[in-house]
Design a protein around this ligand. Sequence first.
Ligand code: HAM
Length: 416
Amino acid sequence: MSKIQKIKGVADLFPPESNKFNFMERTAREVFSRYGFKNVRIPIMEKTELFARSIGEETDVVQKEMYTFPDRKGRSLTLRPEATAGLMRAYIENKLYAAESVSKLFTFGPMFRYERPQKGRMRQFHQLDVEVIGAKDAQTDAELLLMLYSFLRELGLKKLAFEINSLGCRECRPKHRQALKEFFESINKDELCEDCRRRVDSNPLRVLDCKQERCRELTKDAPKITDYLCEDCHNSFEEIKRILTEMNVEFVHNPRLVRGLDYYVGLTFEVTSSDIGAQTAVAGGGRYDGLIKQLGGPDLPAIGFALGMERLALLLQDLDNDGIDFYVAVLDEKGSTPALMLAQELRAAGLCGEAGYTKGSMKSRLRAANKAKASWCLMLGTDELEAGEVTVKNLESGEQERMKSSAVCEYLIANR
Ligand code: HAM
């Protein structure tokens, strides 16, 4: 029979790789809850319309990258390409706004985008996603960036670049759009790539985000959105920069940072690393006031970000934390049940370990204990069984000590 293999762009994760994902999730829970965020779980599938209406019809994500399919009754469903749209749908549907004026939520799990797979770019990838709904001030924005910064430091990642920009609001955006249109009239549009030629009319801001060398060259003198900000947007952006500077967060203002999703207004940001290949963004986010209203909810401001776990994993050291505390070695055939009982007692006390039930020679049992990366081997031989004792061997130092079975638990905990 031929073997069935996984589909392109997805991954099976085993230790030590899966340890990194556990570590990221554990750290996220710890750090985000210190800032008052609550963990929520939402579906992986949503109605296609949700993504079209929030991410934007004209974006690459909606046009080219969604896994969209009809269900058995012909309704169009999509595997989520990101978490923000689904979280906002859930926020509105569950009327969280009626219970609290500000909601701070985070979620994590798999996302799906039909992209060309390469290092750090998968078709099924994982995000840690964070959203603040109901607050609109520079302090909220700066604090969210500080939390992102602290989280990355807690993971041990220090060599990352923070880029920020402001995309303005409904008041300043049209003036910039007009200036951009005039600018595009002044260059030879035919030299732009096919996507950008289309975007010049549909979404001129996105042309600034094109990664093609020729497009970047042609648009290097394009008007910057930050030169067109209204007073409120300008003051808010200046205040965010002031707080970050005061808190010693290093950042650069990148006026070309426009992001690939249409819902952003005001502050946008990305965290990048030059150590993970062509896909440099490990996190991205920004403000998206207006989206909740657009999805049929109240007119509430919101801001958030998502971290790409596969890209973070490329930066993390291998975490070999799959060692265990004890391995019970059975050297006499009467030892299997006592071994099981001892292992149960130790696990109940919070120690982790295994009992090898098959009887064997001392040499083969010690080999098994070392293979399991145990700190101690607990030996049950004929003498020990008769005396109700255990020989406890420290596998690192080689020292061993014989003691009553009832004393083992306390001994291991004291010497852990
Ligand atoms: P995004 O920039 O599209 O934003 O994705 C966030 C992060 O997800 C990226 O910086 C990257 O690390 C990771 N990522 C995206 N696509 C892939 C892929 N194909 N393979 C591996 N990693 C990937 C959002 O998704 C927004 N929803 C973020 C947000 C939350 N904005 C406001 N709230």
